[in-house]
Design a protein around this ligand. Structure first.
Ligand SMILES: NC(=O)c1ccc[n+]([C@@H]2O[C@H](COP(=O)([O-])OP(=O)(O)OC[C@H]3O[C@@H](n4cnc5c(N)ncnc54)[C@H](OP(=O)(O)O)[C@@H]3O)[C@@H](O)[C@H]2O)c1
Length: 240
């Protein structure tokens, strides 16, 4: 069974994603509130780990980007490295572009979700470093299969989906998000075209959240005027 998936994000008041572009905190408010409050709120969600897209994963120390890997022909089996009781840091990297110096992202054990077409050499390199991996179909885009594997083979019950907008959008479109947890920071980006916390790359008339409705769960005002909003996803009322 797949884990419960909570999309946990920090956003400007205009719903945008890139924290280094936001207006600074008001005078007297700590300058580190975004990462600190984000981390603290995430801990309160009591998940087994987090999941990010390939772009966001490159921001962790020891992770570098290389050439896409391809050439794998045979059926693939997932690999469980030694998690050693740690939380997990899952990355969706369909083409096997990421290389790791260590088996963890800031202490959380790395699990890579890959396309089955990645090469044998790439997989042996991941095993050498101790990184776990599993597959999301041939092209690495079958998120339902990957989440089932994460639940069944890795025993993950709750996962925080932590961006960026592209991977959040893909999970939204796939109907795989159970809850949203957004920390709204009292700051603004304001520029047209800057990504949102959901950024599904679809056609102009696509509606990636079609058929869904949000039910309010909780609201809390936190330090510095950050507002924590929590909602659960449910099916939209019939005919809407
Ligand atoms: N405000 C926040 O709370 C927050 C949180 C996280 C990140 N961020 C920011 O978000 C930015 C990165 O976000 P991003 O949206 O550019 O990238 P992203 O979602 O981190 O990664 C996107 C990549 O994931 C891979 N991917 C795997 N499966 C996919 C699928 N089904 N659909 C689409 N992509 C898939 C693709 O890699 P390939 O191209 O290799 O196929 C794609 O390019 C960074 O600046 C980061 O700092 C902000």
């Amino acid at each position: 069974m797949r884990p419960k998936i909570i999309c946990h994000m920090a956003s400007s008041v205009d719903g945008r994603l890139l924290a280094d572009r936001w207006t600074p905190p008001a005078s007297g408010v700590a300058t580190d509130i975004v990462p600190r409050i984000y981390e603290e709120a995430g801990k309160r969600l009591a998940a087994d780990g987090f999941l990010v897209g390939r772009n966001t994963m490159t921001e962790f120390e020891g992770v570098t980007i290389g050439e896409p890997s391809s050439g794998g022909a045979q059926r693939r089996d997932s690999h469980r490295g030694d998690r050693a009781g740690r939380s997990i840091a899952v990355v969706v990297d369909p083409q096997g572009k990421l290389y790791y110096a260590v088996d963890h992202a800031e202490g959380d054990h790395i699990v890579a979700i890959l396309g089955e077409q990645v090469s044998d050499d790439y997989l042996s390199e991941l095993r050498r470093v101790g990184v776990s991996y599993l597959f999301a179909g041939r092209e690495g885009k079958d998120l339902h299969a990957a989440m089932d594997a994460l639940g069944d083979a890795f025993g993950i019950k709750t996962l925080l989906l932590e961006g960026g907008g592209l991977i959040n959008g893909a999970f939204l479109k796939a109907g795989l998000i159970d809850e949203i947890s957004v920390l709204v920071y009292p700051g603004i980006d304001g520029l047209a075209g800057i990504p949102s916390i959901f950024d599904y790359a679809g056609a102009d008339n696509d509606q990636p959240a079609a058929g869904k409705a949000l039910r309010h769960l909780a609201t809390e005002t936190l330090e510095g005027g950050m507002v924590w909003l929590r909602y659960s996803f449910e099916d939209a009322p019939l005919g809407q």
